[in-house]
Design a protein around this ligand. Structure first.
Ligand SMILES: Cc1cc2nc3c(=O)[nH]c(=O)nc-3n(C[C@H](O)[C@H](O)[C@H](O)COP(=O)(O)O)c2cc1C
Length: 190
């Protein structure tokens, strides 16, 4: 099982990163290969809206640290998308990357309904979000990101850690266990 671990939080040991790592470490123990992409340490630009990926190329025409990550998506089995909630959405580092996934969609500009994924089918996404407001407040964020991930053909599993204190070392054992359990289930189903 090939896993890409896209880490949106700038806090290396923050809540969302710890949950993502619980997932990847358990999967690795079952033999998965894991590549970490800590977005905050990478150099990249957001989507330029140039439509180069739908006119000049099948790939995003920007060449930077996100280029390899987008390429790896084609062969990955599982992609972990994790982010804290900042002002009611994913953090900037994550959104900047997420917009670049536009290049993974076929867009027939004459017919907007004809959107289909360029990624091979059968991939799993693990969506991890962390926030301080009580659980359930950001269901809309979870739903929106799930809807878009499904357009790319992902089967989406979400782990949402809400109602947390601001400190990154808060007790999240319950969420870590959910992440490990999901990794065990996906590994056994392989
Ligand atoms: C700039 C900024 C904006 C934030 N906005 C929100 C928010 O809108 N709602 C919320 O519940 N928490 C908000 N938070 C708190 C974080 O979502 C929370 O601390 C989260 O657990 C951090 O996740 P991390 O440890 O994975 O980075 C914000 C934090 C920062 C730094």
């Amino acid at each position: 099982m090939k896993i890409l671990n896209i880490i949106g939080s700038p806090r290396k040991n923050g809540t969302s990163s710890r949950i993502a790592n619980a997932f990847t470490e358990t999967a690795a123990a079952y033999g998965a290969s894991v590549s970490d992409y800590p977005l905050n340490t990478m150099q990249y630009r957001g989507c330029q809206g140039c439509e180069g990926c739908h006119t000049r190329s099948e790939r995003c025409v920007l060449l930077d640290d996100v280029t390899q990550l987008l390429e790896e998506m084609y062969s990955a089995d599982v992609v972990v998308f994790s982010s804290p909630i900042y002002f009611g959405d994913t953090c900037g580092q994550f959104k900047l990357f997420y917009d670049r996934m536009y290049s993974l969609i076929n867009t027939d500009q004459a017919n907007d309904a004809d959107n289909s994924s360029r990624l091979p089918p059968g991939k799993v996404a693990v969506l991890i979000l962390a926030h301080v407001e009580r659980a359930g407040v950001y269901n809309d964020v979870q739903e929106r990101y799930t809807d878009y991930l499904e357009i790319y053909g992902f089967e989406v599993h979400s782990i949402i850690a809400g109602g947390l204190p601001l400190q990154s070392n808060s007790d999240i054992d319950e969420h870590l266990e959910v992440a490990s359990q999901l990794a065990r289930e996906l590994s056994r189903a392989e």
